[in-house]
Design a protein around this ligand. Structure first.
Ligand code: ADP
Ligand code: ADP
Ligand code: ZN
Length: 214
């Protein structure tokens, strides 16, 4: 099963993608996580990506597309994957479609996690990210057992720099300009499905299972 998560920053794509990956035994591939790992490890890619991410802008397509095409070509992705945060532009979607066409494959589902902008700034302000394993929490809606500490790995939880309100508004603008057109792109491709992302995390996941099957 090949799945794409669509939706505004903070809609809950990552939260749902992790659960989908666990239930259907497919890898969760997050471009944001890949970039953050590169920043942490001080790679060339990380240095380039950071300057865009800090400003709430998208990392250029030429730094992003090959990376994802390589990643979905690895052995653990033969039975499918859930892509979280890619594609984010029409050229990225076209690069993915071309790579898949070349192998006679296609995206089965593009899941749009629908959340209005008015909910987003609140969500992001409460998001806490693990510096160790990339897990995400919310101070109110998905709190860790011990404040400031990751349940999964024990590392410290932080507010991402790009989750501060000024940057969140910029990222929302970028989303509407560059990423929202993908809804039409994947509708035309016959892959588009939608869930109401304002519901509780578990309810959203149940709705997704109804679409993907048990
Ligand atoms: P969120 O989950 O809040 O939407 P991500 O972790 O997916 O955020 O992405 C964080 C940042 O990483 C983005 O604001 C952008 O700068 C960069 N990024 C992630 N994925 C992509 C992509 N597919 N294309 C360009 N930039 C990306
Ligand atoms: P995205 O990957 O789309 O940027 P995340 O999955 O990281 O979004 O979720 C953003 C924040 O909102 C996180 O703090 C997460 O714990 C929280 N969150 C996710 N889904 C829900 C939900 N259905 N209701 C309330 N909070 C949620
Ligand atoms: Zn962790």
């Amino acid at each position: 099963m090949k799945i794409i998560m669509l939706g505004a920053p903070g809609a809950g794509k990552g939260t749902q993608a992790k659960q989908i990956a666990a239930k259907y035994s497919i890898p969760h591939i997050s471009t944001g996580d890949i970039f953050r790992a590169n920043i942490k490890n001080g790679t060339e890619l990380g240095k380039k990506a950071k300057s865009y991410m800090d400003q709430g802008l998208l990392v250029p397509d030429e730094l992003t597309c090959d990376l994802v095409v390589d990643r979905i070509s690895q052995a653990d992705a033969v039975n499918g994957y859930v892509l979280d945060g890619f594609p984010r532009t029409i050229p990225q979607a076209e690069a993915l479609t071309n790579a898949l066409n070349a192998r006679n494959e296609k995206i089965d589902y593009a899941i749009n996690v629908e959340v209005p902008d008015s909910n987003i700034v609140n969500r992001m302000g409460g998001r806490r990210a693990c510096l160790g394993c990339g897990a995400t929490y919310h101070v109110e809606f998905n709190a860790p057992k011990k404040e400031g500490v990751c349940d999964a790995c024990g590392a410290e939880l932080v507010l991402r720099d790009d989750d501060k309100p000024e940057t969140v508004q910029k990222r929302l603008n970028v989303y509407h300009d560059q990423t929202q057109p993908l809804i039409e792109y994947y509708s035309k491709a016959g892959a588009m499905v939608e869930v109401d992302g304002t519901q509780d995390i578990d309810v959203v996941f149940q709705d997704i299972i109804k679409i993907l099957g048990e």
